[in-house]
Design a protein around this ligand. Sequence first.
Ligand code: TRH
Length: 370
Amino acid sequence: MNRRRQWDIFCKVIDNFGDIGVCWRLSADLGARGEQVRLWVDDASALSWMAPTGAEGVEVLPWNQSVESTAVAALLAKQPGDVLIEAFGCDIPPEFLMHWVAQPAQSQPVRCWLNLEYLSAESYVERCHAMPSLVSHEPAAGWTKWFFYPGFTSKTGGLLREPGLTQRKTSFQLENEQQRDTSRLRVSLFCYEPPALAALLTEWSRHGLAGQPVELLVTAGRTAQAVKAVLSQWQADPEKTEPELLNITWLPWLSQTEFDHLLWRCDLNFVRGEDSVLRALWAGKPFVWSIYPQDDGAHQPKLEAFLQALDAPDSLKAFHRAWNTVGEKLVAPSAADLDDWRQHAQAAQTALLGQEDMTSRLLQFVAKNR
Ligand code: TRH
């Protein structure tokens, strides 16, 4: 394949997996569309399970001392960079910038530097998307850095969605439908330490979900630890549970592709952070979002804006508030609520599928702005 532009994407892993998760997804999507990507990341360890087979057109490079050495000059001389992405304000090392801006102009039909921001449905996103910022300090003084905000409307950078996703999901579901055990509701769990986790597990272990037993698929890491902490409390008080109503399976770390399959197989998905919530949306199944908690409480208006933008039914809004807020009482969904959530998830998915995806918007943006 004759690859088009060379992208350099910088990613710093702060905590959890959202930064690398989004950067990987974007890199793989660009690679599949014929672009060439160098993904510079300070901690690539999660990619060993998230993306064990790599992706066409994507090279993962360590963001360490080597980024600051002359090796970068040699790399850029061999394959000059056209688009530079600073993911989530991660501050590209000045040594890299120095070489990047110094590349010969004639080798760059399009050269564009963007800061990719976190996803939000808040109103500032439309205002701030595609804003230029003139860089005043060396080594890139005089350059323009553009702010690119993913979002839920046509006036934003859109939502990551690789081509062919819906078709892949439909064939997967058709193939797996027959093996389905319909006597239980299958629920996936990917979360932090939600305040209402113990209450929810207790509720399911006593009454099931919407009158049916629950098969709970618990993802690895922090989620499994949170569930185990609840179960260890139960051991001290074994009267509380009816094991036949709540059956738990502990999952290993899954690749992003397998994680999608999990969401496609379940009747209800609990997700967290900004990448998995999108995948839950594209799954078209009812979902509950653990928003990434911020010390200053900024996650609360962000959650409200999200529920508003998706026009969530009242019972789903209330459930989200209880799932994300200490002290809010959790009301378990009835069968009718779950039906509403199902219809809502499908309608939200259909509405958003009608919009152009983020990578397409990004490609148009870099072709226009330099
Ligand atoms: O891991 P997260 O909580 O990431 C968070 C948030 O994005 C948050 O907003 C950000 O500020 C913080 O990181 C630094 O949740 P998120 O965003 O859903 O990312 C998880 C990724 O892990 C996603 O790409 C799905 C992937 N994943 C797998 O591939 N396999 C698995 O088994 C699991 C559990 C997750």
